[in-house]
Each structure stands twice: as C-alpha cells, then as structure tokens.
Write a protein that binds this ligand. Structure first.
Ligand code: ADP
Length: 167
C-alpha cells in the first residue's frame, strides 16, 4: 500500500498550541506529516524563517512521523514534488472558511489529485492565532497555555530584544 503523506502548511509565527493540536491530529491520521513553512510569504514575520523552523522542530520532535520543511512557490506543486496526497488545514471560525474554501478550490483546480482536508479546531483553541498571541505578549499579558513553553520563552526574548533596539 502507498504511504499517505500529508502537508500542514502555515507561517507559524510562532507555532501555537492550536497549530500543534492540528499537527498532532494529522499525525494520527496519516503515515507521514510534513509541516511546511512558506519561504516567500508576503507577511512580515516577527520571527525569522530559521527561528520558526527551530521552534517547530523542537515542539514536533516527540512526533515520530512528523518532519519540518520549507517550500518555495505553489504549495500544490510542492505537494506533487514530494508525493503528498493531502493538505491539512485547521478551521477556527466561519471567518476562516471563506478564505480556506477559495484556496482549496483553487488548489484543486491546479492539482486535482491533491485533496485538502479540514480539521475543526480544538475547543480550547478556537480563538487562538499567532497574531493574537504576539499582541498579548507585546502588551505584557500571559501567553501561558497558548503556546508551548519553549515558544513562550523565545517570545519573551524576542520582544525584549525588540524593546532594547527601540530604546
Ligand atoms: P495564523 O492564522 O495563526 O497566523 P498560520 O497562518 O500559520 O496561523 O495558519 C496555518 C494553519 O493553521 C491554517 O490552516 C490555520 O487555520 C491553522 N490554525 C492556526 N491557528 C489555529 C487554531 N487555533 N486552531 C486550528 N487551526 C489553526
């Protein structure tokens, strides 16, 4: 039987417990999961690509069928190149749905053998995004329980660095 390989794409700036929940559940559904970070994303991230990869590698290391990668260009082309049959996305709210539907339909048009599978967010994570975590941390709020401990530490360091730079 062929290996079922899935991609979990995102910007992961930084990885949150909501992302991790989706990655863990995908790891339970598929033989191999590749967490993939776009190199060419237009957003201007807080963490560099290497920092985001390091954090992901660290939190994914207990999951034996999960690896972390970057990709350039079209996600579906990357899926074809690495023989992944599935793209896994998390859905938090109706607001995610419209954009994700558009992306899934466009990706199917570009490559109809790559299927997009949606996993509903964990109940505890439906309000959680990387942006809100960064915002809370910037304003001095506690992000405990929202991101893995190692990420919490990196977030504190990064914001302290930024504050030093602006003084
Ligand atoms: P964010 O939207 O937090 O900036 P990304 O752009 O990295 O995160 O999103 C990558 C994927 O992770 C998307 O499919 C998004 O829906 C999913 N995702 C992000 N946060 C959550 C969450 N709290 N619960 C479920 N899925 C999530």
């Amino acid at each position: 039987m062929s290996v079922r390989r899935a991609l979990v794409p995102g910007s992961f700036d930084p990885v949150t417990n909501g992302h991790l929940d989706i990655i863990e559940r995908a790891a339970g559904l598929f033989d191999e999961v590749r967490v993939v970070v776009a190199r060419n994303a237009s957003k201007s991230p807080l963490f560099s690509l290497d920092e985001r990869l390091e954090m992901l590698q660290d939190v994914c290391s207990p999951l034996k069928n999960v690896t972390v990668h970057t990709f350039d260009g079209l996600l579906v082309q990357y899926a074809i190149d690495c023989k992944a049959q599935v793209i896994v996305k998390g859905l938090r709210a109706v607001s995610d749905f419209e954009y994700e539907l558009q992306m899934a339909l466009m990706n199917r048009r570009l490559a109809d053998r790559v299927e997009t599978v949606f996993l509903m967010t964990g109940a505890d994570y439906s309000y959680l995004s990387s942006n809100i975590v960064k915002e809370i941390a910037r304003l001095g709020g506690a992000v405990e329980g929202l991101v893995p401990e190692s990420v919490e530490k990196r977030l504190r360091q990064k914001l302290a660095e930024q504050r030093r730079e602006t003084v």
